[in-house]
Each structure stands twice: as C-alpha cells, then as structure tokens.
Design a protein around this ligand. Structure first.
Ligand SMILES: Cc1ncc(COP(=O)(O)O)c(C=O)c1O
Length: 299
C-alpha cells in the first residue's frame, strides 16, 4: 500500500494566484501583454509537492530555480526568505494541505525584441497552486503505469527548467494516444534520456539501479537526487548514474519514474511489453518509501 500521506486528499481546489506582489483569483490574475514569458518563452519554472501544508524538498527546488535563472541571466525575483513567505501565503490562501505549488519566473515585460534590454526588466514572479489527484496517484502506485518511447526532439539545454515544453507535451500526447501515461524520450543513439516530465529508472538484469547520468541532456530532478542519496545510504544494490538503451529497459527487472509529483512510480509496461512480471517491483516500492523517509514525509 502507498504511504498514507500520499493517498490522502482533504482540501478543496485553490484558485488564488500570486503575480508580482498581488494575490488574486485566477480570473483576475494576469501579466503584461509584452511579458517575455508570454511572448518568447523567456521563463523558467519549478514545481514543489505540498504535503500537510509543507513544501517538500523546498531548498533543493529553490536551488534549482536559482540555477535555471542564472543560466539565462535572469535575476532572482526576490530573496529566498521572501519567496518562502509567499509560498506559505499561497498554501494558506488556497487552503490546500496536499497539492502542487507552481513557481514561474519570466524575464519580465519589455518591448518585443529577441535580445532583452541591457539592464533587463524587473522579473515577473507567478505562483499558482492546485490539488493533486491523490486517488489517481495511489492507483498508479498500486498498479504501475505504461510508458511509450518516442524520439527526444528537445534542445541541447534540457538541464534548464524552462517553460518551453512543446516537445515534452507532444511526446506525452503521442504516448497517451498509444495508451501510455508517460513518454520516455530516446536520443539518436537509442539511449533513454528521461521522461517528458519525470526522470527514468530501471533495475537492470545485473541488479544495477540505473538512471541517466547528469548532463545537458536531462533535467537534474530533485527527486532523482534524493532517491540516489537515500538508496545508496540504505545500501540498495548498485545505484548507478549511467545510460541505458530501450532494449535494456525492456529486459529490466523493474522500471520506474521519479518526480516531485509522485516520488517513485512503478513502470510495468514499456511499448506494450511487460517489465518483469508486469507488476510493480519490490525495489521500486522500497525506493519510494526510502525517498518519503528522506524527504521527511510521514507514513
Ligand atoms: C523533463 C523533466 N525531467 C525530470 C523531472 C523531475 O524533476 P523533479 O524530481 O525535480 O520533479 C521533471 C519535472 O518536472 C521534468 O519536467
């Protein structure tokens, strides 16, 4: 059974957004028509899970947000302490104890031009929140999900968490059309990079618990990192950061995906073929629990 906290849902949907200092109902919230996030996709984002009113892995998400902004030369919209206050205010105003908190920062509003103004406009900060489908997540944990492999058509800086998600959503749409809940993206050499919105893992035939090594080809998932730490601390088999092919994944003992929205979710079918015996694997379940423990999620 999944951890209790992962399967609980208590709160009504929240519809209060934060935009540049104001908390407003979604229908009244908006950005400038020349906001560079809207016009040019000049923007990054973060998603944190909120459980029992607490943002999970908050420091790591804010670290990554700062890194993404730094790579694009966009200033942090406010200091860490202030950001954390706004996050808590969003949780309180939306009355969501268990849900997802989205943070988005754009370079700000400026006359439309590919090259941003020299001193840059003031960055736009947006936050929104929504409840998680906890029953759906519990069912995915229980039954596992199917994934479909599709060519990775993204750019060469997948390490930056930008809002430019067209290739990701096209991959996910293609996966959905073929009965998959997630797409596994495959590079030109036949290696899996990651999922459309998750990191990809296998428990290989030789016992390796493997996920793609960090590079510009993937996003450095916060959940991925914590799983790596928790699994190696607990002495789980051989935990390795390395490439694996689709063929190796199809022959794997177990497979799973990781993300802030669901920790480690079992993958039981890849491209219509069962993985192992077609049921969530024991190591995946153990890793899910190890992650929850390390992230301070009570069971
Ligand atoms: C492409 C991609 N890879 C991996 C992840 C998982 O990252 P995290 O564990 O930080 O949620 C995400 C999450 O949004 C993602 O979009």
């Amino acid at each position: 059974m999944p951890d209790k906290k992962w399967s609980e849902s208590r709160a009504p949907a929240g519809r209060i957004a934060y935009v540049n200092g104001r908390y407003l109902p979604h229908g009244q919230a908006g950005v400038h028509i020349e906001d560079r996030g809207l016009q040019l996709g000049d923007s990054i984002y973060e998603v944190t899970n909120v459980l029992d009113g607490v943002p999970i892995d908050e420091a790591a998400h804010l670290d990554r947000m700062e890194r993404s902004l730094g790579e694009l030369g966009i200033a942090m919209p406010m200091g860490r302490a202030a950001l954390k206050l706004v996050m808590r205010e969003m949780i309180a105003r939306n009355r969501i104890r268990n849900g997802l908190l989205y943070l988005q920062v754009t370079r700000g509003a400026a006359r439309r031009d590919h090259v941003p103004p020299k001193d840059g406009p003031r960055p736009t900060l947006i936050m929104t929140m929504r409840t998680q489908d906890m029953a759906g997540l519990a069912s995915r944990m229980e039954k596992g999900i199917a994934v479909v492999t599709v060519p990775d058509q993204r750019w060469a800086r997948c390490d930056i968490k930008t809002v430019q998600l067209l290739p990701n959503l096209m991959a996910k749409q293609a996966a959905k059309a073929r009965g998959g809940a997630e797409a596994w993206l495959v590079d030109k050499d036949g290696f899996v990079t990651e999922g459309a919105s998750t990191n990809a893992w296998i428990v290989a035939q030789n016992g390796d618990v493997a996920t793609r090594d960090l590079s510009n080809a993937i996003l450095a998932g916060v959940t991925r990192r914590i799983i790596l730490e928790a699994a190696s601390e607990a002495g789980v088999n051989k935990v390795v950061e390395r490439k694996f092919t689709v063929a190796e994944a199809l022959a794997a003992r177990e497979a799973f995906i990781s993300s802030a929205t669901g920790a480690a979710v079992p993958v039981v079918v890849i491209d219509g073929q069962k993985i192992g015996d077609g049921a969530p694997g024991p190591l995946t379940r153990r890793i899910h629990k190890l992650y929850a423990c390390k992230a301070g999620i009570k069971s």
